[in-house]
Ligand binder design. Structure first.
Ligand SMILES: *Cc1c(COP(=O)(O)O)cnc(C)c1O
Length: 399
């Protein structure tokens, strides 16, 4: 893959008619190093956020050795891409065939569950294995997160005692896990959830070997700028330290978004302008599912060779995607220079998590190019030095 200097360079040199995914391996590696070095425990990458093999290899090289997988296809993908990685099958509702293949073919020993039926299924599928690490998923609140994961999975506190005790009987290592919801905007989300873990452990009087605080670590988007990740790590560690667990108990987390968000962005072209609505060549059925269906705002910048230094000229725009469907609409608002026109290229940033992974071929608009670029992502939680304030949203060509 030819490596370009910048997003603008790709737009100018290729003039692409189809959307282009811009990848920034250096940004993903920086995020991985941050978690490996600063999270006070083990970080598992949640593969569903972005299963691209190049990203998996980048994270592996930067120190991520454990992977949270949720389907047998993800198990196979990671096993084939990173043969030495440790896989943890953290979906609480699995097919028995998937458990069997994961355990016997791929050596997976870590599974999550939230019912007695699933526990029985795991025991059956592994033929009563005695080397299992079993994590009981506890239901916790998603109140501090932008995307709830509270209703589908997790055992209620009132039913946790029986399940924890039964799991303890068959597990080599017993864990408790939860998920506070994606894009958790405050460390409190985790400290409140750990309090539930405490209540469950005390009530069941079991020895717990693993506390897994799940995903939910935020990235940074317009209007959703979180506190520094270190504040989350400190709060989690303090709460973990105060739990009634053995001295050797392990702390795990499962970041998906935080490790992948800065990895990619999207280069799109304006095909039509109607007032402040821009018809662009990717959308709800492409990499912009969250922008359409969740109203997620991503950072945008106009990529033009000549400068537009008039900052007063910024206006709010909404986008239509390329399909014939009214739902292919992204409300934004996306702030762009008021003179944006047909043929202009726009970079939509921080799309590495739950962006490219959601792309479909609907209506014949599935194709995308991929280019590696060397410039900084449009925003970052991992930049060592404070970012320079940007004068305008128009990037200028440096010659
Ligand atoms: C989706 C998911 C994650 C990753 O969540 P993020 O919010 O992307 O960090 C982690 N663990 C489990 C069990 C998940 O379902």
């Amino acid at each position: 893959m030819y490596k370009h200097h910048s997003a603008l360079g790709v737009a100018l040199s290729l003039n692409p008619a189809a959307p282009v995914t811009l990848i920034r391996p250096q940004a993903a590696a920086r995020a991985a190093r941050y978690f490996s070095q600063k999270f006070p425990g083990r970080s598992l990458y949640a593969v569903k956020a972005n299963p691209s093999p190049e990203l998996l290899r980048t994270l592996w090289s930067a120190g991520i050795t454990h992977y949270d997988v949720a389907s047998i296809a993800e198990v196979r993908l990671v096993a084939r891409t990173l043969p030495r990685a440790t896989l943890c099958f953290m979906h609480p509702v699995k097919a028995e065939e998937a458990i069997r293949e994961a355990y016997f073919t791929h050596g997976v020993k870590t599974f999550s569950l939230d019912t007695m039926e699933e526990l029985e299924k795991i025991v059956r599928a592994t033929k009563g294995a005695t080397d299992l690490e079993l994590c009981v998923r506890l239901r916790v609140s998603s109140e501090h997160s932008k995307l709830s994961l509270a209703s589908k999975f997790g055992v209620e506190l009132s039913d946790a005692k029986e399940l924890l005790q039964a799991t303890r009987q068959v597990a080599d290592a017993l864990g408790v896990c939860f998920h506070v919801g994606s894009q958790a905007m405050t460390p409190q989300a985790y400290t409140q959830a750990v309090e539930r873990v405490r209540a469950a452990i005390v009530d069941a009087s079991v020895t717990v070997d693993i506390v897994d605080v799940g995903g939910g670590f935020p990235s940074t988007y317009p209007g959703m700028e979180p506190p520094p990740l270190e504040a989350y790590f400190h709060a989690i560690y303090r709460a973990f330290e105060s739990l009634p667990i053995s001295y050797s108990a392990e702390l795990w987390c499962e970041p998906g978004r935080a490790l992948s968000a800065e990895y990619s962005s999207l280069l799109v072209r304006v095909e039509r302008r109607r007032g402040n609505e821009l018809y662009i060549n990717d959308g709800a059925y492409g990499a912009l599912f969250d922008a359409a269906h969740l109203g997620w705002r991503f950072p945008v910048q106009l990529l033009r060779a000549e400068a537009n230094d008039d900052e007063a000229g910024m206006e709010a725009f909404s986008f239509y995607g390329p399909t014939c469907d009214d739902m292919d609409h992204m409300a934004g608002p996306f702030m762009l220079p008021c003179d944006v026109k047909v043929g202009d290229y726009i970079e939509i940033g921080i799309l590495g998590a739950y962006g490219c992974a959601m792309r479909t071929d609907f209506n014949g608009f599935g194709s995308e190019g991929i280019c590696e670029v060397a410039d900084e992502p449009m925003a970052s939680l991992y930049r060592e030095e404070a970012p320079l304030p940007r004068k305008s949203n128009v990037v200028q060509l440096s010659r």
